[in-house]
Design a protein around this ligand. Structure first.
Ligand SMILES: Nc1ncnc2c1ncn2[C@@H]1O[C@H](COP(=O)(O)OP(=O)(O)OP(=O)(O)O)[C@@H](O)[C@H]1O
Ligand SMILES: [Mg+2]
Length: 394
């Protein structure tokens, strides 16, 4: 990603750096003490931690709703600690807890807040607002002229996200944006939000106290303890696999091994390569291949490498072709899936292995043993890139 250049164009994701930032409130309360953190451009960084640990304080110092007591804040390499705060805020989208839509304004007017401040003309504003409403899953014709009280909780949330994105900000700050909606809606909003982030690729700082949400959404997660101390700042798989200390281990929970499955991808190097036979082969040849490999079953492919099914040793006998004797193969996952998806597919089909496909091309299989190996490897940080790995020879 080349979006880290200092002073990048409007809308280009920018790095946020907190350099020795502290906040001591007027009554002497230490909100945050000497924070050094860098949120990479285009990444979604999550702040998690117990109530009162300084998450909101940290976030509000980035757009200077709260002025830091010490330290510097750099946006795309530019020190913004002392620039005009109103102008700074127009470069930063902000979704606050409980959304904070203006109740006496329609959804359209709410979403147009920053473009209006920036002096965009009506047509440009209108087009942008309608485009964004559609992007977040609201129908401009249906919801655009409603007031916030005439929307569901999830719809209000989407409108809040649209408003924060309106002027294509370099940075998006989100303080517990999904906490006010029920778990089912929250999960849907999280999924939509992840897809949205794939297209807009903003630098996002996201506050939550829900570790599940952090793990699902975050590229990196900062676990904070009271006084704004950062106990660990790491990608989800590393946080779950190697908590830096007892505080982090307690915070991520005793079931962190299970949570880790969900955030660990399949690596082609982890796959096992059972014998491969082809649907058009004769059964006698297939039996010979199985015997040569000392295997009890083989994967059956079409001539073009697509998964056809599997063949058990018992059925590899007599005349006829492999295709006529093979079993259907329903236990498969795309190579982009997580280990959790692979594991649950295996359970769902009561299978001892699951095939891994790249598009329609067969790459290999995962068994409980190779899943376990993959999980262990993800923590050693030695997982190789999946791209460019060879498709097994036929
Ligand atoms: N204006 C203020 N004056 C004095 N102390 C404050 C002020 N605002 C926040 N604090 C204190 O600073 C600390 C950090 O507060 P902050 O709002 O950042 O916590 P948080 O991590 O966002 O908590 P929560 O999860 O409950 O939202 C808390 O001890 C809080 O009481
Ligand atoms: Mg807070």
């Amino acid at each position: 990603m080349d979006a880290t250049a200092a002073g990048g164009a409007e809308g280009t994701a920018q790095e946020i750096r907190l350099d020795g930032v502290s906040k001591t409130y007027a009554d002497g309360t230490v909100g945050v003490e000497r924070l050094d953190l860098t949120f990479a451009a285009g990444e979604l960084s999550v702040l998690v931690g117990p109530s009162g640990c300084g998450k909101t304080t940290t976030m509000k110092m980035i757009n200077r709703v709260i002025e830091p007591s010490t330290g510097r804040i750099l946006l795309g390499g530019e020190d913004v600690t002392r620039v005009d705060a109103d102008r700074l805020r127009r470069r930063i989208g902000y979704v606050i807890q409980n959304v904070g839509l203006f109740p006496h304004q329609t959804v359209r007017v709410n979403v147009a807040t920053v473009p209006r401040l920036l002096g965009w003309d009506r047509r440009r504003t209108r087009a942008r607002v309608d485009e964004l409403l559609a992007t977040v899953g609201l129908d401009p014709a249906v919801h655009g002229d409603r007031y916030p009280s005439q929307l569901s909780g999830g719809q209000r949330q989407r409108a809040g996200v649209a408003r924060a994105l309106a002027a294509d900000p370099a940075v998006l700050l989100m303080d517990e944006p999904f906490s006010a909606v029920d778990p089912v809606v929250r999960e849907r909003l999280q999924g939509e939000f992840l897809r949205l982030q794939e297209t807009v690729r903003k630098t996002i700082v996201f506050v939550t106290h829900d570790i599940e949400e952090a793990v699902r959404l975050g590229d990196r997660i900062a676990v904070m303890s009271s006084g704004g101390r950062v106990e660990q700042f790491a990608p989800p798989a590393e946080l779950l696999g190697r908590p830096a200390n007892g505080f982090v281990a307690d915070f991520v929970g005793a079931d962190r091994g299970l949570k880790r499955l969900a955030v660990t991808g399949i690596s082609v190097d982890d796959l096992e390569r059972p014998p491969v036979v082809h649907a058009a082969d004769g059964l006698a040849d297939a039996r010979a291949s199985l015997q040569a490999a000392g295997a009890r079953w083989a994967v059956v492919l079409d001539d073009d490498g697509r998964l056809h099914g599997w063949l058990s040793g018992e059925r590899a006998a007599g005349p006829g072709t492999v295709g006529s004797a093979s079993h259907r193969m329903d236990a498969w996952v795309p190579v982009e899936a997580s280990l959790k998806t692979a594991f649950s597919t295996m359970l769902q089909h009561e299978a001892g292995w699951v095939a891994v496909l790249d598009g329609e091309v067969f790459l290999g299989v995962l068994t409980p043993e190779s899943l376990h190996r993959a999980l262990r490897r993800s923590v050693d940080g030695t997982v190789p890139e999946t791209a460019g790995a060879a498709v097994p020879a036929r």
